[in-house]
Write a protein that binds this ligand. Structure first.
Ligand code: IPM
Ligand code: MG
Length: 355
């Protein structure tokens, strides 16, 4: 039997509810795949600030570095909106990614046939969409110096070094090799110097992957093309802010942001988290969709632990639950046979995954 140490960061809002369901599903696959998980909880975000005065206590970093992988819920909420920037939950998250060194954020967006009507786009446009945003996560304008503000001016700097672009480009090309072998690199090279360098370096790296077709697209056009014809994309390689925006957009192709997982990798310890936020407006009501977090646990099994059989079981269980018509409230109007709560959905998926 293999034992894995998982750091659980539940966070704020719906974070605790959705993590509990992912744990339920992990434990269900553990029993049938001869695995064992031991969990250690750590605080981050608003809840960490409330207790310790710091949105990212050092202990959380230690626990995470001492684990095999981190499963993360969500952080933030209007309660903490007026704190100084460095005390805000989001600052804790950015610092966490930086401390761990997870520079590559993988955000798949695919459309479940069962939910083809849930998207605001026409079924014929989205049927079969299967793309992956590979977003640089610890550089770019979110981290660049100088930054600051005074009463009349605020400023940030978008900066990328060659080395940062090289490593994220390799990630994108490697991922593309296991998919449809197409990378579309997103930039704004018609305006930004940083994007010109981005494009040059991506072209250089692409020479090591002759089988992969590389194209380039300006970010504004990409935002439009994602809605016009999303099937044209396989891997979208982006910097930090462009990927933040485009991955939210891509998530809506699938109908609900509650469905999409993500992985932040590139360092020894990876972080696996749903792409949605903490949704404080629905926290504690048992209506949150746990599927994005459950699929994040599946990505964790696949990418961090190399447990593909267990990951396959989870993916199949999610598909089956959707196929049989189980829906949380966010998707209730789309061919629901039965509307279920957060924890009912977790139990149904756990039950299928255990078989
Ligand atoms: C995300 C979020 C974060 C980001 C915020 C909460 C800092 O929007 O993970 O996409 O911008 O990276
Ligand atoms: Mg975002």
């Amino acid at each position: 039997m293999k034992t894995y140490k998982i750091a659980l960061i539940k966070g704020d809002g719906i974070g605790p509810e959705i993590i509990d369901e992912a744990v339920k599903v992990l434990d269900a696959v553990a029993s049938c795949c001869d695995l064992e998980f031991s969990y250690e909880e750590a605080l981050m975000g608003g809840c960490a600030y409330d207790i310790t005065g710091d949105p990212l206590p050092q202990e959380t970093i230690n626990i995470s570095l001492n684990s095999d992988a981190v499963l993360f819920g969500a952080i933030g909420g209007s309660k903490w909106d007026n704190l100084p920037r460095e005390k805000r939950p989001e600052s804790g998250l950015l610092r966490f990614r930086k401390e761990l060194g997870v520079y590559a954020n993988l955000r798949p967006a695919n459309v479940f046939d069962e939910l083809i009507n849930a998207s605001s786009l026409k079924p014929e446009v989205i049927k079969g969409v299967d793309l992956m945003v590979v977003r640089e996560l610890i550089g770019g304008i979110y981290f660049g110096e100088p930054k600051g503000r005074d009463e009349n001016k605020g400023w940030n700097t978008m900066v990328y070094t060659r080395e940062e672009i090289v490593r994220i480009a390799h990630q994108a090309f490697k991922i593309a090799m296991n998919r449809s072998k197409r990378v579309c690199s997103i930039d704004k090279a018609n305006v930004l110097d940083v994007s010109q360098l981005w494009r040059e370096v991506v072209i250089e790296v692409s020479k090591e992957y002759p089988e992969v077709e590389l194209t380039h697209m300006y970010v504004d056009n990409a935002a439009m093309q994602l809605i016009r014809d999303p099937r044209q994309f396989d891997v979208m390689l982006t910097g930090n802010i462009f990927g933040d925006i485009l991955s939210d957009e891509a998530s809506m192709l699938s109908g609900s942001i509650g469905l999409l997982p993500s992985a932040s990798v590139g360092a020894k310890i990876g972080v696996y988290e749903p792409i949605h936020g903490s949704a404080p407006d629905i926290a504690g009501q048992g209506v949150a969709n746990p599927i994005a977090t459950i699929l994040s646990a599946s990505m964790m099994l696949r990418y961090a632990l190399d447990e593909h059989k267990a990951a396959d079981k989870i993916d199949a269980a999610v598909k089956r639950a959707l196929k049989e018509g189980y829906r949380t409230k966010d998707l209730a109007q789309y061919d629901a046979k039965e509307v279920c709560s957060t924890s009912e959905m977790g139990s149904i998926i756990a039950n299928y995954a255990a078989k």
